[in-house]
Write a protein that binds this ligand. Structure first.
Ligand SMILES: NC(=O)c1ccc[n+]([C@@H]2O[C@H](COP(=O)([O-])OP(=O)(O)OC[C@H]3O[C@@H](n4cnc5c(N)ncnc54)[C@H](OP(=O)(O)O)[C@@H]3O)[C@@H](O)[C@H]2O)c1
Length: 216
């Protein structure tokens, strides 16, 4: 059976995985890029092709070793509507995601939304499919799309929390970033005792973040 994995999921010390006030200019709301700064400094990020050519190449240390596990073995992603676009994107028929014409997923990518629309085929192998489904049903569809490979739950926190609560996640890589956001969307709410179902390991990086893996 293919596995269900979460990678590079960044959380503030007070448990928030995004800030308040998400908008087209601020995908993480008032958090800005502070949650994902550790990843943007890695070679992995630079090789994703989401930075301008010629920018510095990124570090190849501990953070990079974790970050680059994002892709191998993954055959599909599931994400929430608020990761796919800012509030109100469902009213904009032209919205095609934040990532341009060649998004960094390169697999079928299932966007959970109560307002589904026809699928969008992008360059580079990403096709966005829009689904109104329970986590279990969405996972069954994504597993078919993944053709035997693993399924990544891409976030945001509301979506990852649903899959954790349903007991569907086999591997969670969470990254504790030493910032206090104070407000936003939390990951861990309602998941009391979650750690008892996993083997938990922690690795602190010289970059200042702690990589936590929950594996079963
Ligand atoms: N920290 C990180 O590593 C990380 C990673 C990824 C994203 N993010 C950030 O996280 C934020 C988004 O997270 P979020 O928790 O607000 O939202 P989210 O998980 O991306 O999306 C939640 C929305 O998805 C739809 N949805 C979720 N489950 C559904 C289901 N079973 N059936 C139908 N629709 C469903 C609903 O939208 P509708 O009812 O409107 O359709 C729901 O309001 C963004 O700011 C993004 O930048 C952070």
């Amino acid at each position: 059976m293919s596995r269900v994995r979460v990678h590079n999921f960044s959380i503030s010390l007070d448990g928030f995985a995004t800030g308040e006030g998400q908008s087209a200019d601020a995908p993480f709301g008032h958090a800005g890029h502070r949650l994902v700064g550790w990843m943007k400094a890695t070679r992995f990020w630079h090789e994703l092709g989401v930075v301008e050519p010629g920018e510095e190449t990124g570090s190849a240390g501990v953070d990079n070793a974790f970050a680059e596990r994002f892709g191998p073995g993954i055959g599909a992603e599931i994400m929430g509507a608020n990761k796919f676009g800012p509030p109100g994107w469902q009213d904009d028929p032209q919205w095609r995601g934040w990532w341009g014409e060649n998004p960094p997923f390169h697999t079928p990518t299932y966007v959970l939304t109560h307002r589904p629309r026809p699928a969008l085929a992008m360059d580079g192998g990403t096709t966005f499919h829009f689904l109104d489904a329970t986590p279990q049903d969405a996972l069954a569809v994504a597993r078919e799309g993944a053709r035997g490979q693993d399924v990544r739950i891409g976030g945001g926190p509301g979506t990852v929390r649903q899959f954790l609560a349903a007991g569907l996640v086999d591997h969670l890589h969470a990254v504790q970033v030493p910032i206090l956001l104070g407000r936003g969307v939390r990951l861990w709410d309602g998941l009391e005792g979650l750690e008892q179902h996993y083997r938990v390991e922690a690795v602190s990086s010289p970059g200042g973040v702690v990589h936590l893996t929950f594996s079963r």
